[in-house]
Write a protein that binds this ligand. Sequence first.
Ligand code: UN1
Length: 501
Amino acid sequence: MQKFSTVASQNYIDGSWQKASTTFESLNPANKRDVVGTVPRGTEADVDAAVGAAKAAYESWRELSWVNRAEVVDRFAQLLKRDLDDLGQTVTRECGKPLNEGMADVVEALHMAQYVAGLGRMPNGFTVSSEVPAKDAYILKRPKSVVACITPWNFPVAIPLWVILPSVLAGNTVVFKPSEETPICAHKLMALFHEAGFPAGVINIVHGMGEDVGEALVRHKDVAVVLFTGSRAVGKHIQQIAAADAYKFAATEMGGKNATIVLEDADLDIAVNACVLGAFKTSGQRCVSSGRLIVDRKIEPEFTKRFTETVRRITVGDGLQSGTFMGPLINEAGVEKWRHHNAKAAEEGAQVLIEGKELDDEAHACGNFVTPFVYRFDSYKPNTFCLREEAFSPHVAIIPVSGMEEAVEVYNDTEYGLSMAVITEDFRKWRWVRDHAEYGLGYVNLPSIGAEVHLPFGGVKSSGNGHPGAEGIIDSVTHRIAFTVNHAREIVMAQGLSTTI
Ligand code: UN1
């Protein structure tokens, strides 16, 4: 195996790296003897210092124009491009997904940086006319101040940039709390922010645990916005804290129990391909992964035969080795969750088609490796844990249904509503599904994964509170203000209001 060094990361507050007193280790989930880095265990005092620095930096950062700030983002984009390979390898080494996926994560991040740099020269407000001819009205976007960015480990480079870059472009300043599972990816991003020349305090990073750093950050009185991607339980907790302060706003993206719907007329090659990619890329650890395959019963036997044949060919191993399709799960808790969901499916009466296995031979003994678990029901079984709760692992159900309408009814029968794919050759059918399924990301003849950054990324119902990431973030980190100017030499009021005193 290739030898990599261990990175000593630090918190970065007010333009300088801070010496850590207590640290923890970030391990490679494919080989837990490989220590990717040592990481400071941040405290409430670190959070307070970082928020203070961000608040102070906001005063001058907001004075720059969008174009000025976009120029710093553009410098950052160029550095990201320079370091693409190193970052891609770091993603794979720290979060386990195969190198092609590690690279795609960084490419997605680069696209976000390029997109945000370009946004600096796009309109960030507009004029509207008034009922009084001599009045001009403007709608302007203004920054909110300090933004807390709390990000997950499954896209450790792309998702931080979805939220950090639009925030700073709009004139806010940021405290970044990355996942404790992928702190070294975040550390490398922070080093690039520094090198790109973001002024001191504009972007700060505090590493550590959710219950210490995350909690203190969300509760901090000077944090105006929390941008969070992660579990539903934590997202709900954050929303409740934010709701207690009238001025504080939380945008939360909280996963899904997504599905791919395969209709009677589907091209089966596309269907099998889309379902395998949607269910097992990133080992099922995307919030947009398909945990349910809802298949018209007329074609279900043939689909299931071809799908399971393909799944049996999936290779599981170290993502740095070529030929690996599925890397390890992120940690032991992820494996435990997978075991629990599998056991629940069997207990709830599922027919298990492929028994997932925990791999412990020599090549896999030091990592969190499991193989796909595939099951089916003869017909839809409502109120089951296995068909309604997110497994975040290679655990997938095949559910036969009769026709498009039942397919959508089954699809909608969860508390989530993030991603939906439908496989059909019939434009009338996909249009009907488009308008009756509940989701934030919809696909036709594609997997339920693979969104691009210039589209809003988010869900409905318990998947999110309607404030999407990526393209959508500017709306979460700005106030839209109305500003009206009178160009006449007298006052004329709207609504015919009298000015006589
Ligand atoms: C996630 O699922 O957590 O749409 C993010 C996709 C990626 C992002 C996924 N661009 O599959």
